[in-house]
Design a protein around this ligand. Structure first.
Ligand SMILES: Nc1ncnc2c1ncn2[C@@H]1O[C@H](COP(=O)(O)OP(=O)(O)O)[C@@H](O)[C@H]1O
Ligand SMILES: [Mg+2]
Length: 243
């Protein structure tokens, strides 16, 4: 798959597969195309060349209506939780259902309460997002992604900017959520190696718009590959240059 913005080639022959039902973590340096890859995975961006399959369906061969339906099989947890501060936590979580599901308000209420309870945030339903702590905001963002029972859950840098304890809590939340939803495919973009080793079944490392390495976390811990070692250990010397 290839994708450029103007003359800047971001994805340059990326070829990867996300195993169904497992937790895959995509790692790589800032600006290497991880968020762009997530946007391609859920059909929010189209590749210049190449294809994106969800199961056996090629996203960009579908009609617009089919593609929108397919996107509803995805849930996305954004880096900054992206909550609307003008509505309550409850209404934030209800938003997607009210926009897209056609469900009656009573059913929406039941689903929202279930999603909030799933992440331990039912007590905060009537609060405004601005009243929540960082960890609670993360959980609200997760409830919003879970409320339409997605098959594929994407997290973009879920722990960036959090302290180590909160990072561990969010990592645990990702694993607990994955286990609580049998069959769920989880895809996490991260540049935190600790988190990666804590939560991943499968790791894909991107570098310069391509897959540089992939394997189980244990392989990343023990490989002698110079590029992987430099990234995993956060060293200045090695094949990756620092600008
Ligand atoms: N919509 C866009 N328009 C122009 N450039 C973009 C766009 N989205 C991403 N880019 C560029 O593509 C590169 C990769 O971005 P991104 O996938 O966000 O990196 P990261 O690996 O840090 O998530 C960056 O240089 C970014 O500036
Ligand atoms: Mg990013």
């Amino acid at each position: 798959m290839r994708k450029a913005f103007g003359r800047f080639q971001v994805l340059d022959g990326l070829d990867m597969e996300i195993p169904r039902g497992r937790i895959t973590v995509i790692i790589g340096r800032s600006g290497t195309g991880k968020s762009v890859t997530l946007k391609h995975a859920m059909g929010l961006m189209s590749p210049d060349e190449g294809q994106v399959f969800v199961g056996d369906r090629d996203i960009w061969r579908l009609g617009g209506a089919e593609r929108r339906k397919l996107r509803l099989r995805f849930g996305m947890v954004f880096q900054n939780a992206a909550l609307f501060d003008s509505m309550s936590v409850f209404d934030n979580v209800a938003f997607v259902l009210r926009e897209h599901s056609g469900l009656a308000e009573e059913q929406i209420h039941a689903r929202v309460r279930a999603a909030l309870s799933d992440v331990g945030l039912l007590f905060a339903a009537d609060k405004n997002p601005s009243e929540l702590s960082g960890g609670m905001r993360k959980r609200a963002g997760l409830a919003r992604a879970l409320v339409h029972t997605p098959e594929i859950l994407l997290y973009d840098e879920p722990t960036t900017g959090l302290d180590p304890i909160l990072t561990a809590a969010v990592d645990k939340l990702i694993v607990d959520t994955h286990r609580a939803h049998p069959g769920l495919t989880t895809l996490v973009v991260s540049h935190d190696m600790q988190a990666c080793f804590r939560i991943a079944d499968h790791v894909v490392m991107l570098h310069e718009g391509r897959k540089a390495a992939e394997g189980p976390p244990s392989w990343f811990q023990s490989t002698e590959d110079a590029l992987v070692r430099q990234f995993v250990e956060g060293r200045l010397d090695g094949p990756m240059t620092v600008e």
